[in-house]
Design a protein around this ligand. Sequence first.
Ligand code: PA5
Length: 434
Amino acid sequence: MNPIKLDLSGVRSFLDEQPETLDKKVLKIHHMIHDRTGKGSGFLGWLDLPDSSDSQAFQQIKKIAADIRKHSDVLVVIGIGGSYLGAKAGLEFVKRPFSKTTPEIVFAGHQLSAPYLSGLMTYLDDKAYAINVISKSGTTTEPAVAFRVLKKHLENKVGRDEAARRIIATTDGQKGALHTLAKTNGYDMLVIPDDVGGRFSVLTAVGLLPMAVAGVDIDAVMKGAKEAFKQYGTPELADNPAYLYAATRHLLYQQGKKIELLVGYEPALTYFNEWWKQLFGESEGKEHRGLFVASAAFSTDLHSLGQYIQEGERHLFETTIHVNDPGADVIIDSEPDDLDELNYLAGKTVSHVNKQAMKGTMMAHQDGGVPNLLITIPALNAETFGHLVYFFEKACAMSAYLLGVNPFDQPGVEAYKTNMFALLGKTGDEHNIK
Ligand code: PA5
């Protein structure tokens, strides 16, 4: 049974052509993906990652995580883009609101803010901490700057040798500045497979080590991914929700919808949405094509973006993620004087109210001309996270190939770097590594 339910009833009436009509094209692309014959096919290593949970690399992640858990109060995870968002998304997805993990996981190197870095060092002054620096290329400026600064902070605090024992580098197995640095200083090293690109690397050490350190059950993450691996390995569009989702969003795009808004009604999904935006935005936005991907946290954003979605330009559609069992509930009590006029809700749960907010919103938005895809997931746990990650990765590959672009490169990301390096006076062409 598929734990993810895709409901297209809020979209079909908007479509001139139903997604099932793309079945032959989808079948062809399915074989192109699995036979590794499409554009960028050297980066399809993520396809088989769910099958790697008994690998040596997976055991090494668990061993290093157990070690960090023994000696650290905090793990600083340094990385950006695909080397940051997957772990952050997984932690937020699984964690109960207001709970603290031990060790605590904090992030750095995902921007260039000096107040952030300076505040982080003050925070770390009296903490026992370890660093996991993550960069596939090993040359990305934001994490490299943060690592240089934090490495010095740690060395000043515990000495060079002890610092080296507390630093774990997750990077390329052979090349890059971080690889050289880690080898030279004797850091523990976790390898990002050559054929797995940044935004598809959640199920490698990139996402799994920080999650394991925080106490997330990474066996469950891989179990969920493995179920997804089997389910979305089905070639036929009609039996494969990942392909149905991809085909539907493709048709909506062709019919003039330019923006897809991923919507969640649980704050735990906020960073999952960020991860999803990178996955689809970086994979599809090229050659002047592709949906612009955005996200919203409802019902919060109904009080800000809601007006636009209801009545603004009709160039968007929504994909709503509904969590069937959010994991905790609160009953609304009756009050004798009913001064807040809420007794009509007495005895109902907050989740029930949230669900009616979702239903009411979807109906209103559809009436206002916004197609709505609904994805229902069972719960906010590690298994569902692994499953949902793989669902979207598979859908993303299909969707980008339907669009006719290479899902696995990101040539446009270089433009700002070239300017920044010129402004900073960087010499040589070593930044052209990616
Ligand atoms: O998906 C990608 O490839 C990018 O978003 C990268 O993850 C991001 O640019 C960070 O790169 P790196 O891991 O090489 O530091």
